[in-house]
Design a protein around this ligand. Structure first.
Ligand SMILES: N[C@@H](CCC(=O)N[C@@H](CS)C(=O)NCC(=O)O)C(=O)O
Length: 235
């Protein structure tokens, strides 16, 4: 049985880590049996989650994990895409995973009202040893990393403007297609859905979520991907 090492579900989301949710979305889409092992970055060989363990070997990085399982499939998710579509998928994924990762982080750790909602629930979720000074230092490190990109607690509107641009571009890219590269879901969708769901479906609102929820095609896309990959969840 494949072990998927990741955070436990949080706030009604399958995973508060978009990278973990991306891999699990893929495994569910492919109906590959797996067992979740609740974990955290400190237990990962690279200090990042998710990672999988199969037959005693571990693989880290969401993209590498998906590539590992895709190799075994008779038909690949990205079969039939042109070179130009593959290039688009590459750039879009890279940008979303970089830019929206920090938006999701900012929503919870940087935005003062996001942190006020997130902290009490996070504390319940964390092991005892991580609740005091360790959490304080972790947040300080994240605030420093966000600050280097201009995402500062004193300016949520400015910080979210960078995420709103990405959501607008994604809405324009999707247009009226069911999936980002046309009629069929591709590997890109596993990533984009996980990031969009973490913004649109989290229980506490913020200006980025409010903006995303006005983009009807992105909302419809999340509903479609949820029905495709997460029917019956939690199960
Ligand atoms: N490129 C990696 C990124 C994974 C990642 O950044 N995971 C976060 C959780 S969302 C993490 O483990 N962060 C811990 C850290 O950076 O110390 C992937 O695609 O799996």
């Amino acid at each position: 049985m494949i072990e998927l090492h990741q955070f436990r579900p949080f706030w009604g989301l399958p995973n508060a880590s978009p990278f973990c949710m991306k891999v699990e979305t893929y495994l569910r889409f492919r109906a590959i049996p797996y067992k979740v092992v609740p974990s955290g970055p400190r237990k990962s060989p690279t200090g990042r989650i998710p990672f999988i363990v199969e037959d005693g070997s571990s693989i880290t990085d969401s993209e590498a994990i998906i590539a590992h399982f895709e190799k075994r499939q008779p038909m690949h998710l990205d079969d039939g895409l042109s070179e130009s579509e593959r290039a688009t998928a590459f750039f879009v994924r890279e940008l979303v995973e970089e830019r929206l990762y920090w938006q999701v982080t900012y929503m919870r750790w940087g935005d003062p009202s996001g942190w006020a909602a997130f902290k009490p629930d996070l504390v319940k979720f964390l092991p005892l040893g991580m609740r005091g000074p360790v959490l304080f230092m972790l947040r300080r490190m994240l605030l420093r990393q966000m600050g280097q990109q201009g995402l500062v607690p004193s300016d949520p509107q400015g910080a979210y403007a960078r995420g709103k641009n990405v959501l607008d571009a994604l809405a324009n890219l999707l247009g009226d297609q069911p999936y980002f590269l046309g009629a069929a879901p591709r590997s890109l969708d596993m990533s984009l859905y996980a990031f969009l769901a973490n913004i649109l479906d989290q229980p506490h609102s913020n200006p980025l979520q409010a903006h995303g929820r006005t983009l009807a095609n992105l909302v419809g896309y999340c509903v479609r991907m949820k029905a495709l990959c997460w029917q019956g969840w939690p199960d």
